[in-house]
Design a protein. Structure first.
Ligand SMILES: [Zn+2]
Length: 334
């Protein structure tokens, strides 16, 4: 299932070969996926505008993730815009501005989209839109309807201390390509990495490998690592994107916090251990008590929104135990 997206690349170099840390995104194998070089370059001018053709979808989609890769002159201001053709009304939405990533989600599916880029540069430097990628999925009306509801606020009896988390500086993260989009954490989605497996994990280098894959691979091209948190087999927690901004791990992404447990938890592969589980439940307890997220209602496995098996039966079947542990940790204020 979805294993297309998980093939990884090997780089051969002189005499030895090294694997760029096995690359998985646990992103959905999207039903629509393109990477386009729009061939837009502004140089020697202070203003430029470029509109792409209309891209028609061969199927209607209710979720689209658009990522833009550009090289900006130091003082240039670039705005990206996207608009969508509502399949039911036959009308286009207005152009909506975004920076590095746009997360479109609507109960009514769309059947086409179009992008526009506007560059202002007083210094008349060189700005190039190198590539944009679009990934699309259809979650269907029932799921989209459920996700459009704001969950009832949960109040913990006590705030759980924030567990120790390796900062982005700590694992030498690359900076994001653009400004993040803020969101309110409301739901938590658990993933496994599938690949790398536990045996392939080599600490911070593995996290950098996942980030490189998410940012550079033409199937993703995101502005940063997709997840908000990752947990290694020894229980180390890494910070991905800040949890207060939209990630790229499970459409529609907005208001969803993504936690990836490194390893393959499909049957007959890796097993979870006490260190992973204690880090996970501490992280969940802190998130739930800080952001008022009800463990009994708003914890999900990626598979709840996807045809993938993620986070594997072994983790998925234990989610109820984690929910109970969190409630035990933080209680509920009635
Ligand atoms: Zn996943």
């Amino acid at each position: 299932m979805g294993k297309w997206s998980r093939f990884f690349f090997l780089i051969l170099s002189v005499g030895l070969f090294m694997a760029i840390s096995p690359l998985e995104a646990t992103e959905d194998s999207s039903s629509y996926q393109v990477a386009v070089n729009p061939d837009f370059l502004l140089e020697g001018q202070s203003y430029g505008q470029f509109e792409t053709p209309v891209y028609n979808l061969d199927q209607e989609l209710d979720n689209l993730l658009i990522s833009v890769d550009m090289i900006k002159a130091p003082n240039s201001l670039v705005r990206s815009y996207a608009r969508f053709l509502n399949q039911k009304t036959g009308r286009w939405t207005r152009y909506q501005a975004f920076d590095g990533e746009f997360h479109f989600a609507d109960i009514t599916p769309v059947s086409a989209y179009q992008l526009m880029f506007v560059v202002r540069d007083p210094d008349k430097g060189k700005t190039e839109i190198r590539r944009f990628t679009v990934q699309g999925t259809k979650l269907g009306e029932a799921i989209m309807e459920a996700l459009s509801q704001k969950p009832a606020q949960f109040n913990a009896a006590r705030v759980w201390p924030k567990p120790s988390i390796v900062s982005r500086e700590g694992w030498k993260a690359r900076p994001p390509k653009a400004e993040y989009t803020p969101h309110q954490p409301q739901r938590i989605v658990i993933h496994h990495s599938w690949s790398p497996t536990q045996a392939q994990y080599t600490g911070a280098a593995t996290i950098r490998g996942i980030q490189n894959y998410h940012m550079d691979d033409p199937s993703t091209g995101w502005m940063d690592i997709g997840y908000h948190f990752l947990i290694g087999p020894e229980g180390i927690i890494y910070q991905g994107r800040p949890e207060t901004v939209v990630g790229a791990h499970c459409p529609p992404n907005t208001n969803m916090v993504g936690i990836c447990i490194i390893g393959n938890y499909d049957p007959n592969a890796d097993n979870v251990n006490a260190k992973i589980e204690s880090s996970l439940t501490n992280l969940l307890s802190w998130l739930s008590s800080t952001y008022h997220i009800d463990p009994r209602v708003n914890y999900f496995g990626h598979r709840n929104f996807s045809t993938k098996t993620c986070p594997g039966d072994i983790v998925y079947n234990r989610l109820p135990l984690y929910e109970e542990q969190v409630i035990k940790n933080i209680g509920e204020l009635k």
